[in-house]
Design a protein. Structure first.
Lengths: 431, 305, 279
């Protein structure tokens, strides 16, 4: 009996040895599930549009499943991802985050460089289609980290009917700060029922302020992630220009104006011109009972604006199979047709230049010519404020802007204090 | 002392039989577990973390003693935070409590519309603060917000409530008072109904006016209620965060940044664990003082009853 | 004396009328919100067009439901609130019974430990509690929102107080009948404690229904997000500026049912708040 058992054991051992030596069977492509976080900052049935894209992607890639999570606003999405990684949890595979979140994400070791993927997709010939202004926030330490997905710039909306009534040429919106002030003076009624211009400074005060700065020929940030230039005479002049609108020229209420209320003031005729996101166009057109003009924001020397909005990132630490799938998804979401469709649905500017010449976009622009203005203005755009510990840096500049607009400090003093604060915050980061 | 076992106990009953000595501990175990894990240990943890520097630049916590605290107390923006918090509390508490008492005094009678009045003043308590803040954000809109429309009837021009460094905190305080006064009013109404009639009849016979009766009789008799609602109001003030999140984000220029909001922002936006823990310690100490006082006073009042 | 009484009565009536105006003022915010939710989205709000607009419409509600999963938020909130309540009712009954009827070593220490929860509110502990939830791998779950509240110091003391009022004779009689502790608790102590438990329940439900900061911190997706956070996310559609008719519709969806319940059960709500306050 024991001999039979012995024989059986030997046979089993031999068989398993043979099996172990056999070459591993080529793995059949296993199913990959991607988690995709996307924040929402615009109204509209966004989840349905995203779900539509995902259906399309899944149909073309049957072994990839995408689980999309609407994760709140941009700050919430960033927080959730950063604290997940800090806490040792599993981050999503792909996420849409602000283009300016880059340094904070790299600091938290949260994102994956896309160099190899981009190279395999054609390198420069792949990236050259994206608007250069939008790629500016994707590069750091010699790597490319994200691709533009839903971008915007501030634009100047103006009420053509009110222009005509004030004797201004509605086809000639202001091309620099002085012209804007002159036009605004003609458009302001002394009783306060109509203001020439309204520019908000709550929420993310630095964003619209950057238009003054870039339009003044400079910027508050350069290519370095650990250096910001708040304390500069031209920046101070830009801030003074902003404050003067209310305090000196009296063409704007002298308070911190709220972003949320600007479009409403514009369509009610309370403000003849406003600065607002290019993405507000659809809603403004829906409610305005007058001819709406769109132009560019200005500084002393001419047009200038900071870019804004979100890029699509691949998170780090996801398995290799997921990375390949995530790249496919990223390519899909930044493809010409999807970008054009997303832009038409949301009001964001497409990341790709070719999206502007797609048929869908051409038809849309034929119906809504104002939509062509913002993308054409990207040549005047500069980099949005981004640095290490971005939230605190942006708050430092934002507080400075608000303190000057509420008359609590002079431009020079406020910016000096903000610079000191920023230097302190950035000191530990050696780039 | 153990229970005498009965020969006819079922298996189910035997399963629940625990020795009397161990029983209270078993009964308390769930509560003690949750309070330990989610109150006791975190309180100690916060104290511990506040002594270390840990933020986006310093990933591995570095011991820093009381540096986090000294940095906080020497920073201008934290001064603003403390100032705003104390102003908010010092203004909203007396006004809410006083207003609640006055409302209760006027409404302390039986009449048909009492339910309607009570409803009108009390319903804000039922709303989540997040929705109340959304509604009031709308109310404060310059131009067509109801507050400004109302003020225009008195010749006061439209104000940018949430955009003005001077008015923003006042705007939040008005919201806070609107939200909690009805809640306190209910307590005063109950308290008033519990007061003995004889004293007031005696005072009336003595020729005391209503005002005198209120001042020398009603208010002192309601002291317990007053202390109770005052403490609730103080705690509500220190825990204000929902309305700041929705309405101002702490601005303009830190004019409405308050302790709990700043704590949340420091941890979740700035990822500064050390500073956020230090702020938590400060918040706990302040609240500890007030809740201890509340406990002492209400326990004392309970023993009188 | 008649003059004085007349004067004081007419003063009272005047006071009530004035108060009526104030009461209407107090109620206006929700009335206005309700009206604007029917304002057509194509018409902008202005000083001359403040209420229902030229033709009231349900379009805002339709859009609101398309944009945000309010039904899911309702389900999440109900699960959270009643999940917490059920566990609390169990823990506070057990703990209250222990403190009310037993003498045991370390009694006072445990009493003060639980007292700590009354003195240190959970909002001051979000930093460490958040990391505890992470360590337990419970981030973005309904359980994460509920867990810290399963033990309730307030409820424990309330039950202790209530149980102490029950005559010991009933307890002894029950034991002599051969009942074990659970049967005694269930048959002797719980029934008379029902009013206190209902008061506690209403207080717990309203606190957790309206809680915002903790759920904001530990939830991330619609599957666990409650109404408060859902409303905040909904109103943060900030890129395009405020669309008040839409935001007010969302607000009505969130608070409408709550207010309706309150209207129907007004007296019970108010009495429970009173009861919970007077320890």
């Amino acid at each position: 009996m024991s001999r039979k058992i012995f024989a059986f054991l030997v046979l089993a051992l031999l068989l398993s040895a043979v099996a172990a030596c056999a070459p591993a069977a080529t793995p059949t492509p296993s199913n990959v599930t991607l988690t995709f976080y996307y924040p929402v900052a615009v109204a509209g049935p966004i989840t349905q549009v995203i779900d539509g894209y995902i259906q399309k992607f899944q149909a073309a890639n049957p072994n990839i499943k995408v689980n999309a999570v609407l994760s709140g606003g941009y700050p919430d999405t960033l927080t959730k991802i950063q604290t997940t990684i800090k806490g040792g949890g599993t981050p999503p595979d792909v996420a849409v985050l602000l283009s300016t979140d880059l340094y904070s994400l790299v600091d938290s070791d949260a994102v994956q460089p896309l160099d190899d993927f981009v190279k395999a997709a054609g390198g420069d010939s792949f990236t050259s289609d994206f608007f250069p202004a939008y790629l500016a926030n994707s590069n750091y330490q010699g790597h490319i980290w994200s691709l533009p997905f839903q971008r915007s710039t501030p634009v100047l909306y103006y009420n053509k009917d009110l222009f005509k009534a004030a004797g201004l040429d509605p086809a000639k919106p202001p091309t620099n700060y002085q012209e804007m002030v002159d036009a605004a003076k003609k458009l302001t009624k002394a009783d306060g029922s109509q203001w020439g211009i309204e520019i908000s400074s709550d929420g993310i005060p630095y964003w619209l302020f950057q238009s003054f700065v870039i339009g003044n020929g400079t910027n508050v940030v350069g290519k370095a992630a650990n250096k910001v230039t708040f304390n500069d005479p031209q920046v101070a002049a830009a801030l003074q220009d902003f404050a003067d609108l209310g305090s000196k020229h009296k063409v704007m209420p002298a308070d911190v104006l709220l972003w949320a209320n600007m479009p409403n003031d514009f369509v009610n005729g309370k403000a003849a011109m406003i600065w607002h996101s290019s993405g507000s166009l659809t809603n403004i057109l829906k409610q305005a009972k007058f001819d709406v003009g769109v132009s560019y924001t200005v500084g002393e020397k001419g047009f200038g604006a900071a870019t804004g909005g979100g890029n699509i990132y691949m998170l780090k630490g996801i398995p290799a199979a997921n990375q390949a799938a995530a790249w496919k998804f990223i390519q899909f979401m930044t493809s010409t047709d999807i970008q054009a469709d997303w832009s038409i649905n949301t009001g964001y500017i497409p990341g790709r230049q070719s999206a502007m010449s797609s048929q869908a976009m051409k038809d849309y622009i034929a119906k809504t010519p104002q939509a062509a203005v913002a993308p054409a203005g990207l040549k005047y755009a500069g980099a949005e404020l981004a640095a290490h510990n971005n939230a605190q840096i942006q708050k430092a500049l934002g507080d400075a802007v608000q303190s000057v607009l509420t008359g609590k400090a002079s431009a020079a003093d406020a910016l000096k204090a903000a610079q000191t604060q920023a230097d302190q915050i950035l000191a530990p980061f050696k780039d | 002392m153990t229970l005498h076992s009965r020969t006819t106990t079922t298996k189910k009953e035997r399963r629940f039989r625990i020795g009397t000595a161990a029983l209270p501990y078993v009964l308390l175990f769930p509560t003690v577990l949750f309070v330990t894990v989610f109150t006791l240990l975190p309180s100690l943890r916060v104290l511990y973390d506040s002594l270390f520097i840990q933020n986006q630049a310093v990933k591995i916590p570095q011991f820093a003693g009381i540096d986090n605290f000294t940095e906080l107390f020497s920073s201008a923006s934290f001064h603003d935070v403390l100032f705003n918090t104390f102003v908010y509390v010092l203004v909203t508490v007396p006004i809410s409590v006083f207003l609640a008492l006055v409302l209760a005094l006027i409404l302390n009678r039986k009449f048909r519309a009492l339910g309607l009045y009570r409803l009108a003043f009390f319903y804000p308590t039922v709303l989540p603060m997040i929705s109340a803040a959304t509604i009031w954000y709308f109310m404060y809109t310059p131009g067509y917000g109801l507050i400004n429309v109302f003020l225009r009837n008195f010749g006061i021009p439209s104000q940018s409530w949430l955009g003005s460094a001077n008015l923003a905190l006042i705007a939040l305080m008005i919201l806070g008072i609107w939200k909690q006064t009805g809640y306190f009013m209910i307590f005063y109404l109950a308290g008033l109904q519990g007061l003995p009639h004889e004293i007031f009849e005696a005072a009336d016979l003595d020729g005391a006016s209503t005002i005198q009766a209120t001042r020398y009789l009603t208010v002192p008799l309601l002291m317990g209620t007053t202390l109770f609602v005052t403490t609730i109001a103080v705690i509500n003030g220190f825990e204000s965060v929902d309305q700041i999140y929705i309405m101002t984000g702490g601005g303009p220029n830190n004019a409405t940044s308050m302790l709990l909001f700043n704590l949340w922002q420091t941890l979740f936006s700035f990822l500064d664990v050390g500073k956020a823990s230090a702020m938590s310690v400060i918040l706990i100490v302040v609240l500890l003082i007030f809740t201890t006082l509340n406990f002492i006073f209400t326990e004392r009042r309970a023993t009188y009853e | 004396m008649n003059n004085r009484r007349f004067a004081s009565r007419s003063l009272n009536t005047l006071g009530l009328v004035l108060l009526g105006v104030v009461a209407i003022g107090w109620a206006i915010p929700i009335i206005w919100t309700f009206a604007v939710s029917f304002h057509p989205p194509e018409e902008s709000l202005s000083a001359s067009n403040l209420w229902f607009g030229t033709q009231p419409t349900l379009a805002n509600y339709a859009t609101a439901f398309k944009i945000a999963p309010f039904a899911q938020y309702y389900i999440n909130t109900i699960v959270i609130v009643f999940g917490i309540l059920i566990v609390q009712l169990v823990t506070i009954s057990l703990a209250g019974y222990a403190f009310a009827r037993f003498q045991f070593r370390g009694q006072n220490i445990l009493f003060f430990l639980i007292l700590l929860q009354l003195m240190v509110p959970s909002s001051a502990l979000i930093v460490p509690n958040y990391s505890t939830i992470r360590q337990l791998h419970l981030f973005d779950t309904l359980l994460a929102v509920m867990l810290p509240f399963f033990g309730s110091a307030f409820g424990t003391f309330l039950m202790r107080q209530t149980f102490k009022t029950i005559p010991r004779d009933l307890d002894d009689a029950s034991k002599m009948d051969g009942a074990n502790w659970l049967q005694t608790l269930w048959h002797v102590y719980i029934p008379p404690a029902r009013p206190a438990m209902i008061a506690f329940a209403l207080s717990s439900i309203s606190f957790h229904w309206n809680d915002f900061l903790w759920p904001l911190v530990v939830t991330n997706s619609e599957s666990s997000r409650p109404l408060t956070v859902g409303l905040a996310v909904f109103t943060q559609l900030g890129e395009q500026g405020a669309q008040w008719s839409l935001v007010t519709a969302g607000t009505v969806i969130v608070v409408g049912p709550l207010l309706l319940l309150f209207l129907i059960f007004q007296r019970q709500f108010i009495e429970s708040f009173l009861h919970s306050g007077l320890k």
